[in-house]
Design a protein around this ligand. Structure first.
Ligand code: ZN
Length: 236
């Protein structure tokens, strides 16, 4: 039987900011720690997305993804992951390294710092995997083909130039993509791309349309356990 791989979606590992219009993007640090403890006790081992279905898969693999590249990945998530011998995969917004989540601020959300080039390089040396999340966090299905190309293909060029290491994975912002997006991700040479569709991955799906499991501020410990159970038992 093919191994089934859950890919979890996190954003910020910080206390919920009551001023934010997106409470679901926060997971408080103490709750995150409970998630990690559950994964460790259940025998899960993290792996980089780029190695999915390769030769060096752990017996019970899981991929922990962190969208947008918020600063709290370096200050809070990464140290917690290290305590469990885990690694994360972070998707970066190429034009906004060291800046803020301008795409949210434009529609009235609070600004939060995004990791700088120096921080990203240090974490990369420490085992964190980094992928692209476009140049500006664009909603791709609203973009022209030419703009999609800038966001999907050029973001890889920008990140590789800034960071000095290969960018081999991609994440569609808002889970918004169409066939043009997938074709451009293929053209860029990304090995894998993640969506927001629910479920596990077993290698039979398009590697540029991977499913994930969303983790939010209200994903309490029992809900977290249930979400994983449901994904393995019911496939969603
Ligand atoms: Zn995002």
């Amino acid at each position: 039987m093919a191994v089934k791989v859950p890919i979890l979606t996190y954003h910020k590992i910080s206390p919920v900011d009551k001023q934010s219009i997106y409470p679901g993007t926060f997971v408080p640090p103490a709750l995150f720690e409970k998630h990690l403890r559950h994964l460790a006790r259940s025998g899960f081992e993290t792996m980089p997305l780029v190695s999915l279905f390769g030769d060096s898969m752990p017996a019970k693999p899981i991929v922990l993804t962190f969208d947008d590249g918020f600063q709290d990945y370096s200050t809070t998530a990464y140290p917690a992951l290290q305590r469990y011998g885990f690694n994360g995969t972070v998707f970066l917004v190429a034009d906004l390294l060291g800046q803020q989540n301008e795409w949210d601020m434009k529609i009235g959300d609070v600004g939060y710092p995004l990791m700088s080039v120096d921080t990203i390089r240090r974490l990369h040396e420490g085992g964190t995997e980094f992928g692209s999340h476009t140049r500006t966090h664009s909603r791709l299905t609203s973009d022209t083909d030419a703009h999609q190309e800038e966001e999907i293909v050029d973001s890889q060029t920008v990140l590789e130039r800034e960071l000095g290491f290969p960018i081999e994975t991609f994440c569609y912002p808002y889970g918004s993509y169409n066939e043009t997006s997938v074709n451009l991700a293929r053209k860029a040479g990304y090995k894998f791309a993640t969506t927001c569709e629910k479920g596990l991955n077993d290698g039979s799906e398009d590697p540029l349309k991977l499913k994930r499991i969303a983790v939010r501020h209200d994903t309490s410990q029992p809900v977290f356990v249930y979400k994983l159970w449901r994904a393995f038992r019911l496939g969603r």
